[in-house]
Design a binder for this molecule. Structure first.
Ligand code: AMP
Ligand code: ZN
Length: 458
């Protein structure tokens, strides 16, 4: 199975080739743990899980590293505003350390419920302050920094191809920049280290060669990815919003420290958008996975919804589209369950599936292959084996799904007996009346080859 991936850096669909045969180093920018993750954030982690599962299906061993941003992410990408963690602490009345812990646990729990494979390694920014300071020192030694009254900044004008990843029009940005640059020399310059405000102690602060303070947001990812995967690893991922700032800055830092682009492939998940506005945590109103669960949805139904769109297109979230995913996944689960034990995988169908998924993770087409097979004349055992093989990538946990066993109240059983009797006597009026009465009790009659069975309409 040869994989093609879209690389944002070269703006090309490229044949995937790993640095080391059979192994892949994959780094994904993790959550800023100042609040719960919204379902938009989770779409990005589902995309990364899909990528990992696809690489594993192709036989690679994946070293999947995800960071936890628990310091340094400011409310504005221009390095102004408050630290999101300290702000979250003020909002909840807890300490910054407590909320980091609380939302990290909540985030990991969300991923588990979505059947996302646990990363090989989690790394926290606050556990890697020393590594970040070492990188900043290197950047300073190379002459790419300057100091202002509030921090140490990276001078982006010194790097010829700064912003290439985003094809940033640096001069245009400079000319059109209406924001007050303060002491920053260029609009695109960014903080490597921020000083703690004078006469004020922060909950999270450390000593450094430049004074007490905390690292800028971008340096953590360069420092930790390099520590665990090397200075030029295989794939770096994140949401598309990271292209113009965060990832452009990670590349700038690594160029100066190691002369590399940090990763050979840069991949970005597109956004989940709500009807009204782009989903954003800072707007305060957002949908969590728990919100869906509270409304009676199963997290894997959301996972199915995400599979219906290509990761490289924005997906508009509507309740109607989630309901369609409920129906589709329900059908797939029931079909798969009804097929019994798996026998032989159908290699032809599985290769068709591989072709789609290996083509830059084309999940809509891969699902179409699965549905084509469901409706085909293959034997049940073969369908089951082939679908389960595909599910190693879809991650819908089809192998473990069981129909809900339900308690049928004796009076409903009694009504069903009467209805079957009426039917056998061709007393259609009475049979229909009883069907409606049973429906009013919350059960639907399904007439199948083995007679009538009841299904809960819940
Ligand atoms: P954050 O916790 O804000 O640092 O974001 C975590 C991840 O979610 C990042 O990779 C973002 O790029 C991504 N992200 C943020 N908003 C959305 C969205 N609406 N849809 C998909 N991904 C998003
Ligand atoms: Zn990052």
């Amino acid at each position: 199975m040869k994989i093609k991936l879209y690389d944002t850096y070269s703006r090309e669909l490229r044949d995937f080739q790993s640095n080391e045969p059979g192994k892949v180093g994959l780094y994904a920018c993790g959550p800023t743990v100042y609040d719960y993750a919204h379902i938009g954030n989770l779409r990005t982690y589902l995309f990364e899980d899909l990528l990992r599962r696809t690489l594993e299906m192709a036989g690679y061993e994946v070293n999947h590293v995800v960071n936890i941003t628990d310091v340094g992410h400011l409310t504005s990408d221009a390095d102004t505003g408050e630290d999101k963690m300290e702000k979250g602490a003020a909002r909840t009345g807890k300490t910054a350390w407590e909320i980091a812990e609380l939302y990290t646990i909540a985030f990991k729990n969300d991923l588990k419920q979505l059947n996302v494979i646990e990363p090989s390694l989690w790394c926290r920014a606050t556990d890697h302050i020393a590594e970040q300071i070492v990188e900043i020192e290197k950047i300073a030694e190379e002459g790419y920094t300057y100091i202002t009254s509030d921090g140490v900044y990276f001078d982006t004008s010194k790097l010829d191809d700064y912003g290439y990843l985003a094809r940033l029009d640096v001069e245009g940005l400079e000319a059109g920049s209406r924001v007050d640059l303060g002491e920053k020399r260029n609009a695109t310059d960014f903080a490597l280290w921020k000083f703690s405000p004078e006469n004020e102690s922060r909950q999270m602060e450390w000593q450094s060669p430049w004074g007490k303070g905390f690292p800028g947001w971008h340096i953590e990812c360069s420092a930790m990815s390099t520590k665990y995967l090397g200075p030029q690893f295989d794939i770096h991922c994140g949401g598309k919003d990271h292209i113009p700032v965060h990832h452009s800055n990670e590349i700038a830092q690594s160029k100066v420290c190691y002369g590399t682009n940090l990763a050979n492939y840069w991949m970005h998940g597109y956004f989940l958008e709500t009807d009204k506005e782009k989903m954003s945590k800072s707007s305060g109103e957002f949908l969590r996975l728990q919100t869906l669960i509270d409304k009676g949805y199963d997290p894997l139904e959301y996972r199915y919804l995400c599979l219906t769109a290509n990761y490289r297109s924005d997906l508009k979230f509507t309740w109607e589209s989630l309901d369609s995913a409920v129906t589709a996944l329900g059908r797939l689960r029931k079909a798969s369950h009804s097929w019994g034990a798996p026998t032989e995988v159908d290699e032809e169908v599985l290769s068709a599936f591989h072709r789609e998924i290996a083509n830059d993770l084309n999940t809509p087409n891969a699902l179409a292959v699965a549905w084509g097979m469901v409706k085909s004349s293959l034997s049940d055992g073969s369908k089951k084996a082939t679908l389960l093989a595909m599910d190693a990538v879809f991650g819908l946990d089809l192998a473990n799904w069981e129909p809900k066993t339900m308690e049928i109240p004796p009076e409903v059983e009694e009504m069903l007996r009467h209805r079957n009797q009426a039917r056998s006597e061709k007393n259609w009026g009475e049979a229909d009346r009883l069907r409606d009465e049973i429906l009013a009790k919350g059960f639907e009659i399904k007439d199948g080859p083995e007679g009538a069975v009841l299904e809960s309409i819940e």
